[in-house]
Each structure stands twice: as structure tokens, then as C-alpha cells.
Design a protein around this ligand. Sequence first.
Ligand code: ASP
Length: 310
Amino acid sequence: MRNVVLAVHGGAGSLPRGSISAEQERAYRDGLTRALRTGYALINEGRPSLDAVEAAVRVLEDDPNFNAGKGAVFNTDGEQELDASIMNGRDLRSGAVAGVHNTKNPISLARMVMERSRHVLMAGRGADIFALQNGVPYTTQDYFFTQRRWDALIAAKNPPAGGAEQTTGETVGAVAVDRNRDIAAATSTGGLTNKLVGRVGDSPIIGAGTYADNRTVAISCTGTGEVFIRGVAAHDISALMDYTGASVTRAAARVITEKIPALGATGGAIALDPRGVLATPHSTAGLINAYILRDGTVVTRIFDDETPAR
Ligand code: ASP
């Protein structure tokens, strides 16, 4: 895709056509569209791509259909522990939070860590306290509850013979390019259903789940976080482009559809270069994603047959 200003994803997984109701389909497409329009409006006002990716991810965090913020999955103890990160391609500044319990919008806290602390990554209680100190809305855990995620936790604790059925992960992310051709990336997630307390995935790890460098690409990944960390997936895509001159399409496909599967996991990514070329490779059957073009055209792709794998 060319002339893309902003793209979002709603997680790698599998969503065959016909597997959800028309109502659910509409809810996904509406959520993705709302996220895109919110970020796009900012870019049209001349605001930086960093603002656009934060705003788009906030919309998806507030949407109970996605696994981030409200609607995040439960860990083994029936709690939500939230991970998020954000990165600015112009100066490689970045911020991230892991294992947050009481922050309504972890992506905004990640940005606060970037802008108001001298750190890049804050975790757990300290991150929630930092949120309070900086006026990021605090919330109790019950805010994040959804029946669907609770049912998924119970199902994960009682797997049927033959293994659990594969579903989408519904982690969210955004990549954007602004009028100055500055790019940015953001990712937010509740992680994996029934994860151990304290488990941290790739989403808050700069270079694994998120990366942005104006010289190459802005990336947000989704998939089995452990392997994305080991494969340093997001930075690897950027490094391939940097060191070999590969296009975003080639570099992202190589890492996501060859390297990461060879390490034993599946997933996907959205990758946007400063010229507005978007790649959405995935090794899962599908990748929920959507993008908006310079002229305002919105395309949403939620079913497995809507997104080419490379
Ligand atoms: N990458 C996320 C994690 O491992 C999960 C996902 O993208 O579905 O926490």
C-alpha cells in the first residue's frame, strides 16, 4: 500500500469469514475506523505522528473488543497486567510501561515516561504511581473486566481435549507519518490469556514489539511475545532496511514470515516507511488491521482472506 498516513492493527490470529456475527464484525470495523479518524484528524491539523499513534491506540484501549486497556485479557490470577510502548522516529526517543494494573490508558503513560522521566521503561507499582503523580487517569481493576475475557480465562484453565481453538490475540498498535515525514509507532496489550503473574511480552520492549526510526520504518508487532523478544523483531526489520537497503515490504516479510516462524512462533506486524508505504505481513492466518490514505480513504481488514500474508 502507498500513500498511507496512519495504520492500526488489532492483533494477529485467525478470524475466518463467517466466524463472527455481523454485529461483531461491525464493532471491529467501527473501532478501527474510529482510531484511524482520530489520529488522521490530528495529522491534518499539522500535529506530529507521535500524537496520532498515541490517540489512535487510546481509542482502541477504550474499546472493549480489543486486548488493551478496557477488554484486556486476564493473567493466571484473574488480574489485568498491561504493557505498552511508544517511539518517535525523529530522535529515537521512546517510553514504555510493563505490568501496569491501574492505569486506564497505558499508552499515554508510556508517553509520559518518555517525556517526563529520565527513563525508558517502568514496570509494575512504580509505573502506576508515576501515572498518579503525572495526572494520568487512575482506575480500579474492575474497569478492565469483560465477560468474554473472563470466559477465555476459564477456558484456558480447562483446555478441551485436542487443545484450545486458535483465536485472535487482539493486541493493538499504530504507525503513522506526519507532514514533516516524521514517523512514530505505538503498541498496547494485556498480553496473553492466563499468562503468569509478572510475565512481560514484547509489546513494551523497544526493538521487539515496537520501533521507529525516520531513516527506515515505524513498526508495531503482534504475536507470541517471547519469540518476538528473542528475535528482536521490530528492530530487525529496521536494521535490514538500514544495512541492506531492503524495502519495507521485503524487510518486514523476511522477519515476520521467515525469521520469527523459524524461531517457533507466529504473528504479524504493521510497518510504515516515511514515504507512506505500508507492509502488513503475518504468519498467522490473519492480522486485523486498517489504514487511512492521504485522501482520507479508510480500508479495514479483519477477516483472514482480506489481508495478504506478505
Ligand atoms: N505480543 C503480545 C504479547 O506477547 C500478544 C499479542 O500480540 O497477541 O504480549
